[in-house]
Design a protein around this ligand. Structure first.
Ligand SMILES: [Zn+2]
Length: 141
């Protein structure tokens, strides 16, 4: 486990303990589509090993974070419903990213966004679930 921290040196707030065996990968275009902050700092851990995809740590419970800030609702113009544009593997199943409803920001310095709160569709397409997805390229790990 490594602790993801705010990428701003003067802040460095602890955000969450990252379990590298449970990362999910989305196409890197998601960083631009959702205008996530991209840290220019190189990381100690190689998190870029899945070609064109970018790693996220996904949790279902906001209390899994040490510190996190959540923004107001994202306007639909920025985060339209993506349908099944973004799919990803999680717990050996394929999930669809349906919609991102809020951004996550550093709880200490308010900088970000570093991730998003999303609705994802269960593999059997029966119901939606709310999850927290932190972009590891938007923080220091
Ligand atoms: Zn910060």
């Amino acid at each position: 486990m490594t602790t993801a921290k705010c990428s701003f040196k003067e802040c460095g707030c602890n955000i969450i303990a990252v379990d590298y065996s449970k990362l999910v990968y989305l196409p890197a275009a998601v960083l631009d589509d959702y205008q996530l902050m991209q840290s220019t700092k190189s990381t100690d851990v190689d998190v870029n090993t899945k070609g064109p995809n970018t790693p996220f740590t996904l949790v279902t419970d906001v209390w899994a974070f040490d510190n996190i800030g959540v923004s107001k609702d994202i306007p639909p113009s920025i985060a339209p419903e993506t349908g099944s544009q973004y799919t990803f593997q999680y717990e050996n199943d394929q999930w669809d990213l349906v919609k991102c409803v809020k951004y996550m920001i550093c709880a200490e310095c308010d900088r970000g966004p570093i991730g998003m709160v999303c609705q994802i569709m269960t593999p059997d397409k029966s119901e939606e679930q709310m999850v927290y997805m932190l972009s590891l390229q938007s923080v220091q790990v």
